[in-house]
Write a protein that binds this ligand. Structure first.
Ligand code: FAD
Length: 353
């Protein structure tokens, strides 16, 4: 069968893919967005925090659960540091599903249970959940397929460096307005977190597999500590986890293939925050697609430059801080508050030249 001809094929219906499909469809392009999952947004693999600048999208998707005012960072010595950290805890499934609905409302066609398999430079090969294989010939392909992007691999990029995470949803015994961050050698290459979400909290951690590949034990320990402090109940209401890219920005434009979100390495390598960059880059990729297909030959490179301008300096700093910390994990220096302060965004030392 002949490949299906289309303006834009978007792989992945996470925040980056849905935002891209929405923006491109709103510009009048014929867009198909596919996701291998049965249902957009599920399973949730997220701590569900977004910063205030994403408020418009939170409103649009009706996904707000509670506000967060500050961040309490707990250093290895037990010393605590409080800083302002205004943001919103969202229902991530609702957020992703809301964005996908907005893309459909703009005219994009969404197909779930549909997996991207390969790209030969002109034609994409896909397979439906039914087992049926088919091909699509897009004028432009957008890879928004997350940290283990097959689209990025298909255009020749190596696997991204990632940190793995594990998270429990637990009952919260009292209302909580802050997020707690735990810096410790127990979570080498990552950190522990508690994000309050109404009557529950997301309690999790990330760590670098080079130093620690068993995330269950440190998370159980963190869980016990928080139960003992009377902050959370013992029950574990849900379990999740996932990979977070930590290598920084990758080349985003490869001929008529464009990457966005985690696939482009836009996630913050220290905090793991990637939803804002996914939405912004997805939207940027969709708009650039429209300009490019309307004849602006520079539109895709302009998109890449814009993303570099917006995210490059912060990501470069974070990559550099990770490298400094890598040298000390599992060594006495990793127990020093001074060292941990230089690697965490709440402290002035992090921003020092
Ligand atoms: C445990 C955890 C906690 C996190 N907490 C936060 C947080 O609190 N705040 C924050 O800002 N960020 C957080 N992040 C990061 C954030 O979740 C990601 O940065 C964000 O999801 C990136 O969006 P995306 O659209 O680029 O990719 P994704 O959300 O990963 O979406 C990619 C989509 O592509 C689909 N896909 C993949 N391969 C294929 C294929 N071959 N064919 C078809 N479809 C495919 C997937 O099914 C998926 O739906 C967290 C990550 C993890 C793992």
């Amino acid at each position: 069968m002949n490949p299906l001809a289309i303006d834009v094929l978007v792989i992945g219906a996470g925040p980056a893919g849905a935002a891209a499909a929405r923006a491109a469809a709103a510009k009048g392009l014929a867009v198909i967005c596919v996701d291998r999952c049965a249902e957009v947004g599920l399973p949730v693999q997220c701590a569900e925090f977004v910063p205030m600048p994403l408020l418009r999208t939170v409103h649009e998707t009706d996904s707000r659960v509670q506000d967060v005012a500050g961040m309490l960072t707990v250093l290895p010595s037990g010393l605590q540091h409080h800083s302002a950290f205004p943001g919103i805890m969202i229902d991530r499934a609702r957020f992703d599903q809301g964005l996908a609905k907005l893309a459909q409302a703009a005219g994009a066609q969404l197909e779930t249970r549909c997996q991207f398999l390969a790209w030969d430079g002109e034609v994409a090969r896909l397979r439906r959940g039914t087992g049926e294989a088919f091909t699509v010939r897009p004028r432009l392909l957008i890879g928004a397929d997350g940290p283990h992007s097959l689209v990025a691999e298909a255009v020749g990029l190596p696997h991204q460096e990632v940190v793995y995470t594990r998270q429990y949803t637990v009952p919260l015994l009292r209302p909580y307005a802050d997020t707690d961050i735990f810096l410790s050698d127990a979570f080498p290459g990552g950190y522990g977190w508690l994000f309050p979400r109404g009557p529950v909290a997301n309690l999790g951690l990330g760590a670098d597999r080079h130093f620690e590949d068993n995330l269950k034990l440190p998370l159980e320990q963190l869980h016990r500590q928080m139960v003992a402090r009377g902050i959370i109940g013992e029950a574990i209401l849900g379990r999740t986890g996932g990979a977070i890219p930590v290598g920084g920005i990758r080349r985003m434009v490869h001929g008529n293939v464009v990457l966005a979100g985690d696939a482009a390495g836009l996630t913050h390598p220290i905090t793991g925050a990637g939803i804002p960059a996914a939405v912004i880059s997805g939207e940027g990729a969709g708009l650039a697609a429209a300009d490019y297909l309307a004849g602006d030959g520079d539109a895709l490179e302009s998109y890449a430059e814009d993303m570099q301008d917006q995210f490059g300096p912060a990501l470069a700093r974070a990559v550099q801080r990770r490298k400094s910390l890598e040298a000390v994990w599992r060594q006495p220096a990793a127990q020093e508050d001074r060292v941990m302060r230089s690697g965490w965004i709440a402290f002035d030392e992090y921003y020092a030249a």
